[in-house]
Design a protein around this ligand. Structure first.
Ligand SMILES: [Zn+2]
Length: 336
């Protein structure tokens, strides 16, 4: 190739590297803040015997009971304070004080095992949490194929609410909100809030975005629908400056034993998750939800353990190393 073309590629490449280094340094500083708040996301908590039969991505989305108890017990022993979503929202909205090293625990979807298996553990340890429920029991999330759990019953939701796991909304049908019409989104937001409030007998004030598909318009509609906070599954920690309508949470994978769980809370690991998260948002953005969702199901079907953070992180690091070596080679060729 012509030398000047290579020189241009090298110059652009190093420009990208410089920008990336700057962005990463900025993110690392954000993740290392002393006032950081960890918001953890689980989905299902299952008996160990059940967990050991999983081979696909349910290894990520289900956590064995004994492991879940270990995680929460360790947090308490390590001096973390488990806080409710009401307290967190109050802090982000009005600046009210939070106890030291705050952690917020949440569960998405509203599957029965949160009531059956997580609630007794949380009660035992005196830890608050929130479960975000998708109200339609026929929604695809309760009938996925690999492993299915039914939605909690109304009585189970009431027991959760009475037992310290507050109920939030996770929409009606668990579909991406960013490609629906305004009326459809409002229907998902308002109907789920009103129905859940009626079921549990207290106003439901918080929303968690299904599939993490949202945009600026979605957030505006959440405010219009009367919510006081919105939880996303954008990776990263929160702090005093976080918008209560964009609370970041990260998924605690079911495969995390205690050392892996402890590592997953370190700023540099959260940073790696943020980078992966940004990359994961590219395919649905490029392809659109209608094309991406069936494809995602296929990939998840065959992906299994290769989609866990452990392997994705290795792929990311290998990709960076390869890119870097390639860029050095191009630079040497261009200026040799
Ligand atoms: Zn969900």
């Amino acid at each position: 190739m012509e030398g000047s073309v290579l020189a241009w590629i090298a110059a652009i490449g190093w420009g990208v590297v410089g920008t990336a280094v700057f962005a990463v340094a900025r993110m690392l500083r954000q993740e290392s803040r002393a006032d950081r708040i960890l918001c953890l996301l689980y989905h299902r908590v299952v008996p160990r015997e059940t967990y050991d039969t999983f081979t696909g991505t349910e290894q990520i989305f289900s956590t064995p009971e004994d492991r879940f108890r270990q995680h929460v017990t360790w947090l308490l022993e390590a001096g973390y304070s488990l806080v409710s979503l009401d307290a967190l929202t109050e802090h982000l909205t009005h600046g009210s004080a939070l106890p030291p090293k705050p952690v917020f625990l949440s569960f998405d979807d509203g599957c029965e095992s949160v009531y059956k298996n997580a609630l007794p553990i949380l009660n035992d340890l005196g830890a608050p949490a929130t479960v975000f429920v998708t109200i339609d029991e026929n929604a695809w999330i309760f009938h996925r194929g690999e492993y299915n759990e039914r939605r909690m019953t109304i009585e189970e939701m009431q027991s959760c609410e009475a037992g310290g796991i507050s109920i939030g909304s996770h929409a009606v049908t668990h579909r991406g909100l960013n490609e629906m019409s305004r009326d459809e989104v409002l229907e998902e937001l308002v109907r789920s809030r009103e129905t859940l409030s009626e079921w549990v007998g207290v106003p439901v004030r918080h929303f968690a975005v299904p599939l993490n598909f949202y945009n600026r318009k979605t957030i505006e509609l959440c405010k219009e629908a009367g919510y006081e906070s919105v939880c996303t599954s954008d990776n990263g920690t929160c702090n005093r400056d976080t918008d209560p309508f964009r609370i970041k949470r990260f998924i605690v994978e079911g495969s995390y034993d205690l050392p892996a769980f402890q590592r997953s809370l370190e700023p540099r690991v959260i940073l790696q998750k943020r980078i992966l998260n940004a990359l994961k948002k590219i395919p649905p953005k490029l392809l659109g939800e209608r094309i991406w969702m069936p494809l995602r199901q296929r990939i998840f079907g065959i992906g299994g353990r290769w989609l866990t953070f452990r392997y994705l992180r290795r792929a990311l690091l290998a990709g960076i190393a390869l890119g870097f070596v390639g860029l050095v080679a191009i630079t040497l060729r261009a200026f040799a």
